[in-house]
Design a protein around this ligand. Structure first.
Ligand code: PEP
Ligand code: MN
Length: 373
């Protein structure tokens, strides 16, 4: 059962205390408050965990400051949308808003290799006005003989350069909970020049201990990449693991799924799932065209496949794009063949903005004409 507190409640904390007192009358019920920042308002919910089917709603509805009480039978208690309470939740992190209304392009190196490449990339981002990047330090590789990423050794210059070029958020994959401490330590030592969004998945999409660890920390938001060989439902449950541990600041990233039916692309593009994720959950959706397409073949119409695929995600309602770029793709130690060159970045950005504008205009038009339902 979920008790939703009015967004305009004078003292939400007092309402939470009153809910806790009423809940204490019922055996086996635990109380967990969650704060969300929705698209319109910030709001607080109190979740009653345990045998709540036997608990009446009326005593909670009578508490001043309570908006409504919802019985939830669905699996996604925290990340899900439940009937009327169809508020999409976004969040702001280090001055950057992540929600369904805000376009973010996280462009950067699949794997950090040299300080010079990091600097060239950050500088190009700065020139195009992008404040969000991706920088892989810990790389999960299929072969143990492939480059495994520079790990903690590169963190000091990655964070320092990010700060120098005005980058606010660095998406960085973690493959082990200890790396969260390494990132925390390096950011603290550098004096917090930037922010980090912890990327989890696709390979670790069901590493439940890692999911719990990213959920138990409150400092960093999470970019969850769907499992490449599991169902969408299983990936959404993985996000619920993160949220249930206390951290609901999650962006859900589609990145293609493994099947040879997607050949010659690296993965079968799954961006038709954007509206599904948005319907079933409150999470905003990111698409990763680089890991979906995985190559840079000559375009038939002057527009590379990674552009087209990013456009497909955006026109379906994704609001973030995660994209590999590299100053010298031919020298990249990981995933060079799928990276855009830095001179393609402004072109990509212009394309992304146009498609996003087309999406926004279509949504508004369809709503106006009453044809959106
Ligand atoms: C990545 O984004 O660097 C990555 C490894 O992607 P994925 O987990 O989707 O393969
Ligand atoms: Mn990669």
């Amino acid at each position: 059962m979920i008790v939703v507190i009015r967004p305009d409640a004078a003292e939400p904390e007092a309402t939470v205390r009153a809910i806790t007192q009423v809940a204490a009358r019922f055996d086996g019920i635990q109380v967990r408050p969650y704060k969300f920042s929705g698209e319109q308002d910030a709001f607080t919910e109190v979740h009653l965990i345990g045998p709540a089917a036997a608990v009446p709603t009326e005593p909670f509805e009578a508490i001043p400051g309570v908006l409504r009480v919802v019985r939830v039978s669905t699996r996604y208690r925290i990340i899900g949308r439940h009937g009327e309470r169809a508020e999409a939740a976004g969040f702001e992190y280090n001055g950057v808003r992540f929600d369904n209304l805000t376009l973010n392009v996280l462009a950067g190196l699949c794997a950090v290799d040299t300080p010079a490449h990091v600097e060239a990339t950050m500088s190009a981002l700065c020139d195009t006005g992008i404040v969000t990047t991706r920088m892989g330090a810990y790389k999960p590789r299929t072969s143990p003989y492939d480059f495994q990423g520079l790990g903690r050794a590169c963190l000091p210059y990655v964070f320092e350069l990010a700060g120098r070029y005005g980058i606010r958020v660095v998406a960085m994959e973690v493959t082990d909970a200890r790396q969260i401490d390494e990132i925390t330590g390096a950011l603290d030592t550098a004096g917090d020049p930037t922010g980090v969004m912890l990327q989890v998945g696709t390979r670790n999409a069901q590493n439940f201990e890692l999911l719990k660890a990213v959920g138990q920390q409150a400092r960093f938001p999470v970019l969850f990449k769907r499992g490449m060989g599991i169902t969408l439902e299983e990936s959404l449950n993985a996000c619920e693991y993160v949220a249930s541990e206390g951290n609901a600041r999650i962006v859900f990233c589609l990145r293609g799924v493994k099947t040879h039916l997607g050949d010659p692309h690296r993965n079968l593009v799954d961006f038709a799932h954007v509206p599904v994720v948005r319907r079933q959950t409150r999470l905003s959706v990111c698409v990763d065209p680089s890991h979906s397409v995985g190559r840079m073949d000559p375009p038939a119409d002057g527009i590379p496949d990674v552009f087209h695929v990013a456009g497909q995600g955006l026109i379906a309602g994704a609001s973030s794009v995660l994209i590999d770029v590299h100053p010298r793709p031919q020298e990249a130690l990981c995933d060079g063949p799928q990276a855009l060159r830095l001179d393609q970045l402004p072109v990509f950005l212009r394309y992304v903005r146009r498609v996003r504008a087309a999406y926004e205009a279509s949504v508004i038009d369809l709503q106006r004409e009453g044809m959106g339902e």
